[in-house]
Design a protein around this ligand. Structure first.
Ligand code: PMT
Length: 387
């Protein structure tokens, strides 16, 4: 995702400095060249040796270590495509905002003309101090605000470093890396709606958030996206609105032919009402009524049978025996990947902003993605599919 790009990470002296080890690994996995500069205080929280090993580059701390006779702050500023200052302490924020250049990191920041992401992390009272917000407001950087929660200092409040995924995603977005350029990707989204009569229908709790996250991420990564959706969305890509499973099947078949990949995140009804009543069904004196349902076509299975070189990805929604059922489903449906999620949990799956999934592939491989917001899950799914 970041091939050919150089990310310069500036680490300052806060407890969250240890988290940046993982951020370096994320950039390296995405093929970026990673340069690290630390304030002297940062080295109280993380060692130079660790950072060097992970970044595969020397770690810079002090100014005026002569390197090829280039002033270091200028050569670092020239080499990098983006600077990511994380965690950014109140001290470093204020110094940069007022043009103080008393260490290598602040000097580089002063000389840096390309995009900068800054992710502050500090005690909640420091964060609430108007001087810090005033100083932060002076920086024309991409600011990723801290999150609320338990802080290492023992306080509860806003001050935790934002998620590493957020920092990574923002880097990819700013550098406009487009690894999916030239790929046409079809994504289904939302729950199908099966009419009973003019006022009633059968549907499910799908909000469309998972499908939308996949489509947004694919678009950001450069794909030509078509979203086949039961939800009313306005987006800067091709949107095909459908209602029932049969309408979804027609739209998918039409779009699938010229596509490189399809991801079926929609919750498709397995059954529809045999005969939709043209008029509103009246209440009768009987205590029971019977609706006859007929099976809907299995869209995922049908396109998996038709596929040539395309990648077909299904989702698997289960309320019990997730992995066991998903293994059975991938072999029955014949898709390349199946993304299994537990829809009995309230903190993930249906309608939630978060998900936790296991990716199964047709060769028997499995990879669990820990709970994260749906955009992060979506990005990791594309990483898995396209490597
Ligand atoms: O929309 P959200 O609120 O964000 O929730 C996301 C989600 C829970 C809906 C999503 O993550 C998800 O799990 N989608 C798949 C739901 C589903 O229909 O699962 P299933 O196990 O019943 O079906 C397996 C696969 O077959 C799915 O890819 C489904 O789209 C497809 N299918 C199902 C039935 C059918 N008749 N035709 C199909 O193509």
């Amino acid at each position: 995702m970041l091939s050919g790009k150089t990310v310069l990470i500036g680490i300052t002296g806060g407890i969250a400095a240890y988290k940046i080890c993982e951020l370096i690994r994320m950039y390296k996995r995405a093929n970026a060249d990673v340069l690290v500069v630390c304030t002297p205080n940062a080295l109280n929280f993380v060692t130079k040796l660790t950072l060097q090993n992970l970044s595969k580059n020397p770690v810079a701390v002090e100014e005026f270590e002569v390197n090829n006779f280039n002033p270091e702050h200028i050569s670092y500023a020239d080499r990098a495509d983006i600077m990511v200052i994380a965690p950014a302490t109140a001290n470093t924020i204020s110094k940069i905002a007022t043009g103080v250049c008393d260490n290598l990191l602040t000097s580089i920041a002063c000389a840096f003309t390309k995009p900068v992401i800054i992710a502050p992390a500090m005690n909640c009272n420091m964060w609430d101090n108007p001087l810090i917000s005033e100083n932060l407001g002076k920086l024309h950087y991409e600011i990723l605000e801290p999150e609320s929660g338990y802080l290492a200092c023992g306080y509860e409040g806003k001050g935790r470093l934002c998620s590493l995924d957020k920092i990574f995603d923002k880097t990819v977005e700013i550098l406009k890396c487009k690894p999916l350029n030239g790929k046409k990707i079809v994504i289904t989204c939302g729950g199908t709606i099966e009419d009973i009569d003019p006022v009633r229908y059968i549907s499910n709790y799908s909000s469309g958030k998972m499908g939308l996250a996949l489509a947004d991420v694919a678009k950001n990564l450069g794909a030509d996206v078509t979203l086949v959706t039961t939800k009313d969305v306005s987006r800067k890509y091709n949107v095909v609105e459908v209602k029932s499973a049969l309408e979804m099947k027609n739209a998918v078949e039409q779009e699938f032919e010229n596509s490189d990949c399809i991801i079926m995140a929609a919750a498709v009804a397995d059954y529809r009402v045999k005969e939709i009543s043209e008029q509103k069904i009246k209440k009768t004196k009987d205590d029971e009524i019977t609706l006859t349902l007929v099976k809907n076509p299995d869209i995922l299975k049908e396109i998996s049978m038709k596929k040539t070189s395309q990648i077909v990805v299904g989702f698997c929604a289960e309320s019990e025996n997730l992995i066991e059922n998903a293994k059975e489903k991938i072999s029955k449906k014949g898709c390349d990947y199946l993304i299994a999620n537990d829809i009995s949990r309230k903190d993930i799956g249906f309608s939630s902003d978060y998900n936790e999934v296991t990716i199964l592939d047709k060769n028997g491989g499995m990879k669990k993605l820990e709970r994260a917001d749906k955009r992060t899950i979506a990005r990791k799914i594309f990483e898995e599919i396209y490597g």
